[in-house]
Design a protein around this ligand. Structure first.
Ligand SMILES: Cc1cc2nc3c(=O)[nH]c(=O)nc-3n(C[C@H](O)[C@H](O)[C@H](O)COP(=O)(O)OP(=O)(O)OC[C@H]3O[C@@H](n4cnc5c(N)ncnc54)[C@H](O)[C@@H]3O)c2cc1C
Length: 431
């Protein structure tokens, strides 16, 4: 027998679970599927190696879904300051004012209590699974993926690995960068693999939780520090943190092969001096990074959200923040579709979703590349400014500040002149 829903969401990651909660709150019947099985939160466990910097906008969205209190009750680390600087030695460095090589944002200067929170992905997902499951209209099915997806003029059907058949007006692919839904729907992507990969290292350091997250840009890639929560009774004077080391795949393979003691020594030599004193390495993992954009956000009865639609360079930590914006936008438009009595796959609404989200996601992809070029290059900044068509070196600190603010989710808009610069970057006209 086929189980019928209004919408089936494949992928109950952070984005899929948020969307399911929002749709469930609107009385839309949702089948939410994930091939993974949930793990209960354990307050004594080491942190998840995957962490994200959630912006103030994401915090507001998660508040509106009712997930924020549960998330904070598990663990989330606010950061009040954010610093980015250039570690590339070039002949002009000594002559330049600090504002050209370092940018620091402080919540107090912006009249805010904090700039964002560093949260383990499993904690965000756990909080959202709780809110999704609290909706009577949401049915969560875990532990299995799809074997097929078929579309007809009046509905879409999926079959799960145990043979269960489900039908709905609309299927949402929120199943991440390697989206099976995207493939089954026949939606292609444009993809550029970056030269660098990212290695994430879970560590403990001596001292209380820092209130700053920072990133130094080296010629081989950025090196970043993200503070986490205190390490608890077992290590009362220590705090968890996350390091991100971007480098060539060959260099990261070398680093991964080192013992923890050797890696600790290598971090000591390679990270900026302001890194707190490390006491322990808990885990390490590397991730390939790519800029990927789906050629369509919807096709017939399938629509994509989050990493299934787009992946960006994680250097400013905006991936899931964009995914939450997709979910919020789609949720609002589907509410309108339901109110108008329309089929939920009506292109009138899905077209508006693509019109709103594609340019916004593309802009952030471009800003990420500009951000990278502005902070990490071996060209003296004056030449770089000229190459980018800024005309005068004095425009550079302006551009860097504004681009960094936008890339970190502190500003919602890029100023016009900076948008023009984006189009001068090589190889970006394809996305
Ligand atoms: C090194 C690194 C650092 C990052 N740091 C940040 C950061 O600081 N801030 C930030 O905003 N973003 C960051 N990101 C990006 C962020 O992790 C992603 O954007 C985010 O996880 C995307 O969420 P999602 O729900 O779209 O997809 P995912 O998190 O990939 O979730 C997909 C879900 O779908 C399920 N699934 C997959 N296939 C199937 C299937 N066939 N059937 C059923 N279920 C399926 C999976 O089990 C999973 O639960 C970072 C990424 C990397 C690599």
């Amino acid at each position: 027998m086929t189980q019928a829903f209004d919408i089936i969401i494949v992928g109950a990651g952070m984005v899929g679970a948020a969307l399911a909660t929002g749709l469930g709150q609107q009385g839309i019947r949702v089948g939410l599927i994930d091939k993974a099985v949930p793990a209960d939160f354990d307050a004594h466990a080491s942190p998840d190696i995957r962490v994200s910097a959630l912006s103030a906008g994401s915090e507001r969205y998660l508040q509106s879904l009712g997930a924020w209190p549960a998330l904070v009750a598990m663990r989330a680390t606010p950061y009040r300051r954010l610093a980015v600087w250039d570690e590339t030695p070039h002949p002009l460095s000594r002559l330049l004012p600090g504002s050209l090589t370092e940018v620091e944002f402080n919540a107090a200067q912006l009249g805010a209590d904090h700039l964002g929170h560093i949260v383990e992905n499993s904690v965000t997902q756990n909080a959202l699974w709780q809110t999704a499951q609290a909706q009577p209209d949401v049915t969560l099915m875990t532990g299995q993926g799809l074997t097929s997806l078929e579309q007809s003029p009046d509905c879409a059907r999926v079959t799960l690995e145990d043979g269960t058949e489900l039908s709905a007006q609309l299927i949402v692919g929120a199943d991440g960068a390697m989206s099976q839904v995207r493939t089954l729907a026949g939606i292609g992507v444009t993809r550029d693999q970056y030269q660098q990969q990212a290695m994430v290292i879970s560590v403990r350091y001596l001292g209380p939780p820092e209130d700053i997250t920072w990133q130094g840009f080296f010629p081989s890639g950025p090196r970043a520090f993200l503070p986490l929560h205190g390490a608890g009774d077992q290590h009362p004077d220590e705090t968890w943190g996350s390091l991100v080391w971007y480098d060539s795949p060959a260099r990261l393979a070398e680093l991964k092969a080192l013992s923890d003691a050797q890696l600790m020594a290598e971090i000591g030599k390679s990270f900026p001096d302001r890194l707190p004193h490390l006491t322990h390495i808990d885990a390490k993992a590397s991730f390939p990074i790519a800029r990927q954009h789906a050629k369509h956000y919807f096709l017939n009865r399938v629509v994509l959200a989050g990493d299934a639609a787009h992946t960006i360079n994680p250097l400013a930590g905006q991936g899931v923040n964009l995914g939450f914006q997709d979910a919020q936008c789609l949720q609002g438009l589907l509410k309108e579709a339901r109110r108008s009595g329309d089929d939920l796959a009506n292109p009138r609404w899905l077209g508006q979703y693509e019109q709103q989200r594609r340019p916004a996601n593309r802009r952030m992809m471009l800003a990420m590349d500009l951000f990278y070029h502005l902070f990490s290059n071996q060209i003296p900044p004056v030449h770089l400014a000229r190459n980018l068509g800024l005309g005068a070196a004095r425009a550079l600190p302006f551009a860097r500040n504004r681009v960094a603010r936008y890339a970190m989710g502190l500003d919602e808009q890029l100023p016009g002149p900076v948008q023009q610069i984006l189009h001068r970057l090589p190889g970006l006209n394809r996305i």
